[in-house]
Design a protein around this ligand. Structure first.
Ligand code: NAD
Ligand code: DAU
Length: 344
């Protein structure tokens, strides 16, 4: 990857919040491979997992801490002296936000506010805020989300992410704080927590259990391979204009039911495992991203076809049973029971 001088990887220290989660841990590997030094700052909630970072040792440091804790953030920034911050840490699952919304506001809004204020005080030179396309709400059968689409979040999760975007934007406008906001579509790939559609369906299929599809299964998501998002984040770090928002996506729309069928076919399992369950409340119908701005202005392109990415992802879950077996314990089973049992 070509870089500009300011954020050339060699010797540049990054501070990565939420780096023990799904997208964060994939990004950390990519950043280290590219020559960056990385400090991960992560509270290790149910979704954070040190096994996601197994084998990552060189040019790497881990600090357990909560982004809502100003002193912990301040101390970690002082000790690691980063030039740039990539902010992934969040509560990230829509269904959990419906069962218990408060922690979403606390982590995603208040946590982002505490973090960005400490980063401003510390003189951070670039702050990449990892937002989501869900802040735009839902699309009908036509059209795409552009950076100018109005914020119209539906779930408590999406509302908390939209609110955090506004906090970040206010810092860029008021203080000239060098923040860039990325709004990406649905990621898939290794290390994704099995509460999300693709890993959940792979694991259920592998265990010959029922695959729970919400509503009529016709909701559409726009899927991107997690490493392609990683390269987009590096581009934004190196070339993104402070104060700007960039949408990121792979132009790869799929109906949920078609993804579930594809997984079953790839795994040689019967379609009869599909079971339709009660719909998610206020379930967004369609997400689809116009990512022409980041492609044009930052020269980024995704590289992984869905055919290749989904095959790699299924293979990864099938060869990492221990990883997900370790997760399928108390907290996860309790959550699954709450979210699905009354409807099945
Ligand atoms: P994840 O749930 O897998 O990981 C979240 C990480 O944040 C975990 O390691 C967790 O321990 C950490 N964390 C949570 N609360 C914290 C706190 N208070 N302090 C410090 N660390 C804390 O999430 P993910 O799917 O990897 O998503 C990462 C980011 O990307 C989120 O901000 C999410 O909104 C955004 N996003 C996700 C997707 C997707 O498809 N998964 C798409 C677009 C944007
Ligand atoms: O668009 C980006 C967002 O993508 C991120 O901001 C979120 O952090 C991430 O969780 C994801 O949100 P979704 O709600 O789109 O992802 P999820 O995997 O939960 O669901 C994808 C679709 O599949 C959605 O239409 C709901 C449906 N679904 C999901 C689960 C878990 C089912 O039909 N059955 C299920 O059991």
């Amino acid at each position: 990857m070509t870089t500009n001088d300011k954020f050339a990887p060699e010797g540049t220290r990054l501070f990565v919040t939420g780096g023990a989660g799904f997208i964060g841990s994939n990004f950390v590997r990519l950043a280290i491979e590219n020559g960056f030094n990385v400090t991960v700052f992560d509270a290790l909630t149910y979704a954070g997992n040190m096994e996601n970072l197994a084998g990552v040792e060189e040019r790497f440091r881990f600090v357990r801490g909560d982004i809502r804790d100003a002193e912990a953030v301040r101390n970690a920034l002082r000790e690691s002296e980063p030039r740039a911050v990539i902010h992934f840490a969040a509560e990230s699952h829509v269904d959990r936000s419906i069962l218990g919304p408060k922690i979403f506001t606390e982590t995603n809004v208040l946590g982002t506010h505490v973090l960005i204020e400490e980063c401003r005080q510390a003189g951070i030179e670039k702050f990449i805020h990892i937002s989501t396309d869900e802040v735009y709400g839902s699309l009908g059968s036509t059209g795409l989300f552009t950076e100018e689409s109005p914020l119209d979040p539906t779930s408590p999760y999406a509302a908390s992410k939209a609110a955090s975007d506004l906090v970040v934007q206010s810092y860029a406008k008021t203080y000239g704080f060098p923040a860039v906001i990325l709004r990406c579509s649905n990621n898939y790939g290794p290390f994704q927590f099995p509460e999300k559609l693709i890993p959940l369906m792979i694991i259920k299929a592998s265990n010959d259990e029922k695959l729970p599809v919400y509503g009529d299964g016709q909701n559409i998501r726009d899927w991107i391979y997690v490493m392609d998002y990683g390269t987009a984040i590096l581009r934004a770090l190196e070339r993104g204009t402070p104060g700007e928002v960039y949408n990121v996506g792979s132009s790869n729309e799929w109906k949920n039911i078609d993804i579930v069928r594809l997984i079953l076919e790839e795994m040689d399992k019967p379609l009869s495992l599909i079971t339709y369950v009660k719909d998610r409340p206020a379930h967004d119908r369609r997400y689809a991203i116009d990512s022409s701005k980041i492609r044009r202005d930052l020269g980024w392109e995704p590289e992984t076809t869905f055919e290749k990415g989904i095959r790699q992802t299924i293979d990864w879950y099938m060869t990492h049973r221990q990883w997900w077996n370790n997760i399928m314990t108390g907290e996860y089973l309790e959550y699954y029971e709450k979210n699905y049992k009354p409807k099945l």
